[in-house]
Design a protein around this ligand. Structure first.
Ligand code: RM4
Ligand code: MN
Ligand code: MN
Length: 385
């Protein structure tokens, strides 16, 4: 692909940022409050809008309910619009309630399951009110000990609950089903992997698709292959981008393993990714939130630009000729290309600074926000799972 075509493709890549990435967050050991971190949904939307103004490619913000719950969703939708963005995926929260000790949609008790379903249905309504076409579901359900519950019964409860949620989706709305292999449950997770998520989505119907959170796999998993297969099967609904070293670390995407991000974006560059939602799911524990979010967005753009630069002709030839290392080198060549000038061109053409992190740092935003908002008390911080 020539440079002009790559520029156009990168320009069309939209990345959604998460409201929860703008507030204070921490580990189970401590939350270090960050001066100026967003304290409520209005400030989180304002920060997402600032990231969009600085990057030019983040026109939507994902919400977590009830973390971002308000009385008037029409007003929230208008607030986002006034600031130049829109509300994106609505994320139900099925882990933040005492009733969910033994699970939510898979809980052995009918009453708890019904409450979990009601919450999901409420999120479908919220999505309608804010004008979003995505409900993004991650279940914390699972068991800690062999024998604790019946695995097949839990799977049956899962599909039964999801069928009720699915049937409430209006035309055009999609249910994204996110998997994760462990945590908070440590023995068996009810939606542990992409295979289970894909089976569930197939059963539900075309409005259900799989969400790949890059941090939700065992060490060594070939995520790009999962992406390739889901794309080929029309089952890839979206991403939660982040990076990890050990578990579900939620670090800046591309910070630990930029080559993995490149390999994932390469599959995106090759396939039909029209309906894929590119979302970030991160929590920034020791660093500035907005700074980190902009860096994340830039890392995704960098990986995508490199992925688009692969010399497809040469690669196909090498693959057909069985030239193993010739093919591999073709891929590496693209990865090793310095795409900073190309991305500077993309950004100049869309009217933002060539280096948005630099623009954020030079713009005095951090000092202004610290001044306006102060340093929030730790009690207001999220507990992340
Ligand atoms: C989970 C998962 C979900 C996110 C929660 C807070 O590990 O990644 O997407 O909403 O964390
Ligand atoms: Mn996630
Ligand atoms: Mn996660």
């Amino acid at each position: 692909m020539d440079e002009a075509a790559v520029v156009e493709r990168v320009k069309s890549l939209e990345i959604e940022t998460p409201s929860w990435g703008y507030g204070n967050s921490g580990t189970r050991f401590h939350v270090y409050p960050w001066p100026g971190a967003a304290r409520d949904v209005h400030e989180r939307i304002a920060d997402a809008a600032l990231v969009h103004r600085l990057t030019g490619c983040c026109p939507s913000v994902a919400l977590h309910i009830p973390w971002d719950a308000v009385d008037d969703y029409g007003a929230l939708r208008a607030l986002a619009q006034e600031q130049g963005i829109r509300i994106g995926a609505i994320n139900p929260n099925l882990f933040g309630d005492d009733a969910y000790r033994l699970g939510s949609l898979c809980h052995p008790d009918t009453g708890v399951r019904a409450a979990a379903i009601r919450h999901c249905l409420q999120c479908v309504e919220i999505a309608k009110e804010v004008g979003s076409s995505l409900v993004s579901l991650w279940l914390p359900d699972g068991t800690n000990y062999p024998g604790q519950d019946d695995l097949r019964a839990r799977h049956a409860r899962l599909t039964e609950g999801l069928e009720k949620v699915y049937s409430a989706l209006p035309p055009g709305m999609r249910l994204l089903v996110e998997y994760k292999f462990f945590e908070p449950a440590f023995y068996a997770t009810d939606l542990p992997d992409w295979g289970t998520a894909a089976l569930v989505c197939r059963r539900l119907g075309p409005q259900a698709q799989v969400l790949v959170d890059t941090g939700h796999h065992p060490q060594g998993t070939n995520i790009e292959q999962i992406v390739a297969v889901l794309l080929a099967e029309g089952l890839l609904g979206g991403f939660h981008f982040n990076n990890r070293k050990y578990a579900d670390d939620d670090l800046i995407v591309g910070s630990v393993d930029p080559f993995e991000l490149f390999r994932i974006m390469r599959e995106i560059a090759l396939g039909d990714s029209a309906g894929v939602a590119f979302m970030i799911d991160q929590s920034h524990n020791v660093e500035g939130k907005i700074d980190a979010m902009i860096q994340s967005v830039m890392n995704i753009q960098t990986a995508y630009a490199k992925a688009l630069l692969v010399d497809e002709g040469r690669l196909t030839e090498a693959q057909a000729a069985g030239d193993v290392l010739g093919a591999h080198r073709t891929l590496l060549e693209a990865f090793e290309t310095d795409v900073r000038p190309l991305l500077a061109r993309v950004r100049t053409e869309v009217g933002v600074a060539p280096d948005p992190v630099e623009a954020f740092r030079a713009g005095g935003h951090a000092a202004r926000l610290a001044d306006e908002r102060g340093t929030a008390s730790v009690e207001s911080a999220y507990e992340r799972t």
